[in-house]
Structure formats: C-alpha cells, structure tokens
Design a protein around this ligand. Structure first.
Ligand code: NDP
Length: 255
C-alpha cells in the first residue's frame, strides 16, 4: 500500500483501535512510533508487531499526549530521522447530559481529544512538510451527527472534524494531506474506562448493534484498514475528508 519504510507516529497505540492501526501499518511495511502512557500495554503491542512482522522497526514512546508533544517528536526523529505520517488516535470518552456536566471532565476530554491533537500536529508539521506526509485523525460518528447524552464527547469530535478540514486546506499547497476516520461503536476498553461494565455494557452493546444499519458493531481492524488507506499514496488525491466507518449510522436522522 506504499507505506514501505514510511515513519508513522500512532498515538494511543497501547490499546484498542490504536494497537490495530499500528499492526496494519506494520504489515504494510511502515516503521512505527507507538505512543501511550501504559508501558506494559505498549510493550504488548510492540511484541505483537515484532512477532508478526519480522524485521519491523518500532519505537515505544511513553508519553502523555496532553503534555508531551515535543518529546514524542524528538524521540521519533532520534530513532528514525524523519516523520511521514501522524495518526492522532488517542482519545477518551464521556457521557451524560448538560444538566450533569462536570467541567473538570469537560476540560479533560477537550484536552485529550482536541487540544493535544492540535499541539502534536503543530509540532510534527515542519517534518510532514519535508516529507509531503499525511495526518489521519481518529474522530467518531459522534462528530458527524448529534447524539443525546454525548455532549462533551460529541463537541470534542465535531471540533476535531473542523480542525481536520481547516488544516487540510492550509496544508494542501505544501502537499500535506489531512483526513479523518469517523468510527461507529467498536468494542474496546474505551467504555470500561469510564465505568460502563457488565450489565450496563451489555445494554449499551445491544443498543449499538441495533442502531447501526449494518446490524452489528465495528471491529478495530475495519477502522485500521481505513486509516492505512488514508495514510498511503492510494489516497493521494484525498484531503479534508471525514470517512465514516460506522455501518451507515452517520446517515440516520437523530431522534
Ligand atoms: P481505548 O480506550 O481502547 O484506547 C485509548 C488509547 O488512547 C489508549 O492507548 C490510551 O493510552 C490512549 N490515551 C488516552 N489518553 C491519552 C493521553 N493523555 N496520552 C497518551 N495516550 C492516551 O479506546 P479506543 O481504541 O476505542 O479509542 C481510540 C480512538 O477511537 C479514540 O480517539 C476514540 O474517541 C475513537 N473512537 C472509538 C470508538 C469506539 O467505539 N471504541 C468509536 C469512535 C471513535 P494509555 O492507556 O496507554 O494511556
């Protein structure tokens, strides 16, 4: 897929969708900087990549994306000497209505899902200009259409989508492409991290299955394959696009 020897940064590579993205990019021959905070989970992703794709070059960057953009760039350049692709995948969830809004939670979600993306993309920018590289943001179906009880998360992802479109316009003259994938429900740790477990998770999952027109939820590798496509030269005439990977859910009218 023309990702051979490309140097790619994947944030949130220690879990779920990010780990799958790292795996698909490694399969396509990329050299991958794996970013996350949980050291043992990062090492698990790295071990999977090295076991499946012999000779693959990887780097673990233990970093908080909300605070350490420069460290991520410096460590990647020190190891690989260039940056071709940035995948802004790290993200956190929140749910609940405006009446119950916790402003600390609001700040934390906006910090991770939006502000950190802005800062890391800015830090990587000069290096992407040199390589005529690409950015792929992992947004959400919740950025494309409203969902009741997804106020903070939806606002963070809608803002991220506007960031994708604006920066795509800004960077097009320099040959840097910027796109996003917008997944529907995918089974990962993201829900348990905010305490949705057991019966509550089963109820949520059943509802999610029924609310996607294709009649099921998504798989991490379905998202990862789309990210790899947008990162590669196969998408060389695509920029500013928001690519729904959501079983058709973005076209449903909100109730
Ligand atoms: P997970 O909870 O499984 O993984 C989240 C990842 O983000 C982890 O690797 C975590 O790293 C990382 N992360 C979070 N905060 C930080 C931080 N401050 N610094 C560094 N890393 C951080 O979730 P998913 O894989 O499901 O989510 C990945 C992306 O996909 C998110 O942007 C999410 O919004 C989006 N998405 C997910 C959907 C779903 O249904 N699962 C649907 C639509 C979009 P660590 O644990 O090491 O801190």
């Amino acid at each position: 897929m023309s990702l051979s020897d490309k140097v790619v940064i994947v944030t949130g590579a220690s879990s779920g969708i990010g780990a799958a993205i790292a795996e698909v990019l490694a399969r396509e021959g990329a050299q991958v900087a794996l970013v996350g905070r949980n050291v043992s989970n990062l090492e698990a992703t790295q071990a999977t990549l090295q076991q499946k794709y012999k000779g693959i070059k990887t780097l673990n960057v233990v970093a908080d994306v909300t605070k350490e953009a420069d460290l991520i760039v410096q460590q990647t350049l020190k190891k690989f000497g260039r940056i071709d692709v940035l995948v802004n995948n790290a993200g956190i969830l929140a749910s609940g209505p405006l009446a119950d809004l916790d402003i600390v939670e609001f700040d934390a979600v906006l910090n991770t899902n939006l502000r950190a993306v802005v800062l890391l993309t800015k830090a990587v920018l000069p290096h992407l200009v040199k390589t005529k590289g690409a950015v792929v943001n992992v947004s959400s179906c919740a950025g494309l259409r409203p969902f009741a009880n997804a106020l903070i998360y939806g606002v963070s992802k809608a803002a991220l989508d506007q960031f994708t479109k604006i920066v795509a316009l800004e960077l097009a003259p320099q040959g840097v492409r910027v796109n996003s994938v917008n997944p529907g429900f995918v089974q990962t740790n993201i829900h348990s991290r905010i305490g949705i477990k057991d019966e509550a998770y089963k109820t949520l999952l059943d509802r999610a299955i029924n609310s996607h027109p294709l009649g099921r939820v998504g798989d991490v590798f379905e998202v990862a394959e789309a990210v790899a496509f947008l990162a590669s030269s196969k998408a060389s005439f695509t920029t500013g696009a928001l690519f729904p990977i959501d079983g058709g859910k973005h076209n449903l009218t909100p109730r």
